[in-house]
Design a protein around this ligand. Sequence first.
Ligand SMILES: [Fe+2]
Ligand SMILES: [Fe+2]
Length: 377
Amino acid sequence: MLYFEDMANHPEGDIVSTPPQKTEQISISSSLDPITIGSKRPSSTDIKIVGGRGYDLRQPIPVKYTQVRDRFLAARKNFWVPNDIPMGEDKLQWNTGQLTEAEMWLFKTNISYLTAGDNLVPDNLVNTIFQHITANEMRQYLRWIMCEESNHVESYLFILESYGLDEKGQGQVFALYQEMPELVEKVNWNLIFTNKLNNAPLGEPEALRALLENLMSYYIFEYLFFPLGFSQIFALARKGKLRNTAQQYSYIWRDEVGHSSNGVWLIRQIIRENPNIWDVAMQERFRTMVDEAIRLETAYAHAVMPDGGILGMSVHTYINFAKFIGDNICKNLGINPLFGIKEHPMPWISEYELNQEVNFFEGRVREYQTGSQLTWD
Ligand SMILES: [Fe+2]
Ligand SMILES: [Fe+2]
């Protein structure tokens, strides 16, 4: 699976490829359905990524979407734990005044925001998106993604503990997402779509639209908001600061690449199976969401870098990076880009990418490694 896939060359063709199917008036399969003796086992034709009807969701076969299972197996192979990364250098820097006030502020707001985001994303999955998924292999991978998000939150906690901050000190950092309007608004943005989907009746076209919007918001978190956040710490690491923390972030980023690849695939698969949903209004809605995301990211950037940036990364470059990714989101979904940023504003960020299935920015196929260590010197 390519990350920046060329829509025209995609083996499954254009995302609008199949006519709408007639569905029997049987309820959409739900994990709350009781198991009944003699009930139908699904065939490949029965199984739908969302809105599948008349079969038990607990059946792992047939595996219709084999690429989703491959993603799950790749993610499992890459599982890591924060405690394996030595934190001594960062602890020393943190406690001996080697970070400027601006760098300290950036770090604190960054880890607070990411911690809130990494709580919110799996909650959105479990509260809403998961209820709509009717392919066992996707349910399996989403369960694993939730496990990885828990590991990310643990990583953020472990980072602050390793600096030697006590609970009061940690609390002052983690509370920032509740105190700064720019962080509150950015995190709350996802909840708009969570709640909208939660209130939409399952099986109605209105729910499918709400699901797509929610998935777009999810994709924006995984593919735009999170990597932008990581880039702030990578910029510090380039100047020799908080390199251990940056290594934790590199491992998190590798997971997020898998999540965002899966997120965009899911959006496209839903559209393939429900082509009527992909009308002009829906496409415009997606473009508006990218625009909203960039507005939120811009406000956040100014709040966390009030002096116009840090050594090695200006707010201007940072916002252009956000727009560059925003354009890529549009391209990945076959809609017109908004900003026209042609060149990657932060090409150096690839130095912080761990080996993985696909290079984040270039779509190169790479090898997997388990427990690989970064060497930056
Ligand atoms: Fe995460
Ligand atoms: Fe994620």
